[in-house]
Design a protein around this ligand. Structure first.
Ligand SMILES: Nc1ncnc2c1ncn2[C@@H]1O[C@H](COP(=O)(O)OP(=O)(O)OP(=O)(O)O)[C@@H](O)[C@H]1O
Length: 246
């Protein structure tokens, strides 16, 4: 099957610090893959490299069969950054309209997309408010709606549910599953272990490498633990032991 995201042997060095040291990652259609790892592990850096927003020192990325960076392909990816990039003086609806048009969605298709995306993130009643009146969680929700606005085949979501209450998180996951059923692919970074459990596959990034990868079930079996959180902890401990024995 064709890969939607194909990242091979990615190395990234920031001012003498090796953040990623040969990380590879593939995503196929209809798959939700979670990137997990401690704070500062390089998850956002990897996501930005996949998007073509950050350069690599080594390695290559192809998205939808095209080598990145590529401006045309970028517009086919629904991207939600870790920090919200919204127009504070515009309303929620105006933001959705602006970004939708930027992605080439217009007319009644845009109206429908705005209504659907706002519904998924429960912002329908707040669309007329200006962003400077939105809470942090509302801004995250609007950013997620923007990422979905052009109905992309690939969604890359960097900690999309931070500041979002559990009920709405369920609703968002229901939407992600529905997108998966339609054959779309989702790459998601998260610190929320309950979300990690819901992914088809996980890649645990730590100290610049992919420490463990596989389905939540396979990882739990491999590490003989009951939760993904314990996989994360055990894999980290083993890595520390191995590096102190060297
Ligand atoms: N533009 C930059 N210049 C220099 N160092 C950077 C830059 N961006 C990130 N870093 C460093 O790279 C490392 C990885 O950062 P990154 O944001 O990718 O981690 P993360 O896994 O996404 O963390 P978190 O879970 O906290 O979001 C960190 O040590 C960070 O300080």
């Amino acid at each position: 099957m064709d890969t939607v995201i194909h990242a091979t042997n990615i190395k990234k060095i920031y001012s003498n610090k090796t953040v990623l040291n040969g990380v590879s990652l593939d995503l196929i259609p209809g798959e939700i893959v979670g990137l997990i790892g401690p704070s500062g592990a390089g998850k956002t850096t990897l996501v930005k490299i996949i998007m073509g927003m950050e350069s690599t020192n080594e390695g290559e990325v192809a998205v939808l069969g095209t080598k990145m960076p590529n401006r045309a392909v970028m517009t086919k990816i629904g991207y939600m950054a870790q920090s919200d990039a919204l127009y504070d003086n515009l309303s929620g609806k105006e933001n959705l309209k602006f970004f939708g048009q930027l992605m080439g969605v217009t007319g009644s298709k845009l109206d429908k997309a705005i209504a659907h995306a706002a519904d998924v993130v429960n912002l329908t009643d707040d669309l007329g408010k200006r962003i400077n009146n939105y809470s942090g969680g509302m801004k995250r929700r609007l950013s997620l709606a923007i990422a979905m606005i052009q109905d992309p085949d690939v969604l890359i979501l960097d900690e999309p549910t931070v500041g979002i209450d559990p009920e709405l998180r369920q609703q968002i996951w229901a939407e992600l599953y529905s997108l998966k059923e339609q054959g779309k692919s989702v790459l998601i970074t998260t610190h929320v272990m309950d979300e990690a459990e819901r992914c088809d596959r996980l890649a645990l990034i730590r100290e610049g490498i992919t420490l463990a990868a596989g389905s939540p079930k396979a990882l739990k079996q491999e590490y003989q633990v009951n939760t993904v959180e314990d996989v994360f902890l055990k894999a980290g401990r083993l890595q520390d032991e191995n590096s102190s024995n060297r």
